[in-house]
Design a protein around this ligand. Structure first.
Ligand code: C5P
Length: 239
């Protein structure tokens, strides 16, 4: 399964073809970007931790029966995943106010929402990934009604499972972003990554931010926080 041609390079990952047409290799990079690419930096060790953390979450979700693209972790920076065509929507689930929601609606961060909010953002870099309503998605044909239903249902299932899993490790899952793709059989698979780059994780007691907000807002100790997440996940095994 040797990587051959690079198919795509994103802000935090490269995708390579393999000798298996239905499988691609993802290589995580140390690059970090925020505010739609305006802020950039290299964070040594981030690629490795995100590869590990994302692989870990995808293995858990596979055990929970959630269809996803993950095949296996193959090296410190790389994982094999099933090739999918990405649905151009970012699906965000929020359990507490934070980030763009807090800013847009003028709420302080950390308010517990009585039930999770699911939002959709249209994946379009040049527009800064705008928030869209379900009507936008359907009428502008960004996804079908059936697909939208599956995305929402799956995102809420992932939220229920991960929130509980993280709470047992003294972490609050404040919010996170998922992406989905369609494989060659037409099946919808959870794709992309689940890591401190794409989730907000707060310490349950101190509310310390242990995610990309440390980079976004110059809070320092970025890599140490990603490492802390990994330690809490794998702490029980002392790996
Ligand atoms: O910025 P905002 O509050 O909308 O982000 C909500 C969640 O989605 C956060 O966990 C953030 O890390 C994630 N996100 C992401 N990629 C984006 C936008 C948001 O992973 N392009």
């Amino acid at each position: 399964m040797n990587p051959t041609t690079m198919l795509y390079e994103g802000k935090a990952k490269q995708i390579y073809a393999t000798d298996e047409p239905s499988v691609v290799l993802v290589r995580y990079k140390d690059s970090a970007t925020a505010f739609n690419g305006v802020k950039k930096a290299e964070i040594a060790g981030k690629g490795e931790l995100n590869n590990r953390i994302s692989s870990y979450f995808f293995r858990l979700l596979t055990e929970q029966g959630i269809p996803n693209h993950f095949v296996k972790e193959v090296s410190a920076l790389e994982q094999l995943v099933r090739k999918v065509s990405i649905i151009p929507l970012e699906v965000v689930v929020r359990n507490r106010t934070a980030g763009s929601l807090a800013k847009r609606l003028g709420f302080e961060e950390g308010i517990i929402l009585p039930e999770p909010i699911v939002e959709f953002y249209y994946k379009k870099d040049e527009l800064g990934d705008p928030l869209v309503t379900e009507d936008h998605v359907l009428v502008l044909d960004l996804a079908t009604k059936e697909q939208l239903k599956t995305l929402k249902k799956t995102a809420l299932k992932v939220n229920r499972f991960l929130s509980q899993w993280l709470e047992e490790r003294n972490l609050i899952l404040v919010d996170f972003k998922l992406e989905f793709g369609i494989d060659e059989k037409g099946e919808i698979l959870l794709a992309d990554e689940i890591s401190p780059d794409t989730c907000r994780f707060w310490d349950k007691d101190t509310k310390e931010r242990l995610d990309k907000d440390r980079f976004r807002h110059d809070l320092g100790r970025v890599i140490e926080s990603y490492q802390e997440i990994w330690n809490r996940l794998e702490g029980e095994k002392n790996v």
